[in-house]
Each structure stands twice: as C-alpha cells, then as structure tokens.
Design a protein around this ligand. Structure first.
Ligand code: SF4
Ligand code: SF4
Length: 131
C-alpha cells in the first residue's frame, strides 16, 4: 500500500499560517475605516424637514412611514409628521434623500447596529445635534 506522504504532512502546513499577518481585525477594539460616501443609517435635520412625505412616496420597499414626533421641530412642517425608517426593509438606495426638497434627509456613514429586539430596527432619524 502506497503512503500518501504529501497527505500526511499537509496538516502541518497550517502551522505556517500562525506566522502570517491575520486578515481579520479584532472588532470592536479595532474599527474598520468607513469609505467616504458610504451609505449608512439615515439622519434627518428636523428643523428643516417639512413633513411632505416625498421620502415615503418614493420608497419602493415601503420602508418609510410618517409618524408624529413628541415635539415640534419645525413650524413649517404643516403635516406635523416626520419619517420613520424600517431597517428590515430598507436597501439603502438613497432615493428618499434624493427627493427630499430641503435636503434634510441624508445617509450617514454609521452602519453598525446590533440588537435582540426587532422593534429597535424601526428608527426615527434625527439630526445628531438635536438628540
Ligand atoms: S434608502 Fe431607499 S429603501 Fe431605504 S428608506 Fe430610503 S428609499 Fe426606502
Ligand atoms: S425628510 Fe424630506 S422628503 Fe421626508 S418628509 Fe421630511 S422634508 Fe419631506
């Protein structure tokens, strides 16, 4: 019976990988740089949002519904509503941002969110400065 010498020693080649530089990063200690223009979560400057619902109308995934906030952010918002995003449906196409008349709705480069509660993927974007 012929012995497959190469087959016997090939597991030892794995030892060589211990000496190689790892291809992975130790997240969350090390964070990967997000490229410029990356489409992450929405932000909305509520002092400019006029509640027109263009963003809701254009969303092909029906990922936006209009909701009443707990306070008034913009007296020019005649409907009194602001958009809420369902990240179980959103595909980050940014059409909602393209059709926003005052350009209040934008995509930030923040793109990491982990949660056990599915309801926390329903998100009302606000301007970070207004939190
Ligand atoms: S990015 Fe696209 S899919 Fe997501 S909410 Fe906006 S229009 Fe809808
Ligand atoms: S975010 Fe823009 S498009 Fe959406 S309701 Fe506000 S003003 Fe209109």
């Amino acid at each position: 019976m012929a012995i497959d010498i190469k087959g016997v020693f090939s597991p030892l080649s794995a030892i060589g990988t211990l000496l190689k530089h790892p291809k992975t990063i130790t997240y969350p200690e090390v964070k990967k740089e997000i490229p410029k223009g990356y489409r992450g979560f929405h932000v909305n400057d509520l002092s400019a949002c006029v509640g027109c619902a263009n963003c809701q109308d254009v969303c092909m995934n029906e990922a936006i519904d209009m909701v009443y906030p707990d306070k008034e952010y913009n007296p020019k918002n005649t409907s009194g509503c602001i958009p809420r995003i369902d990240y179980g449906r959103c595909c980050w196409c940014a059409l909602c941002c393209d059709v926003c008349p005052p350009s209040s709705l934008k995509l930030d480069n923040i793109c990491i969110h982990a949660d056990y509660d599915g309801d926390n993927f329903l998100y009302m974007p606000i301007n970070k400065d207004l939190k």
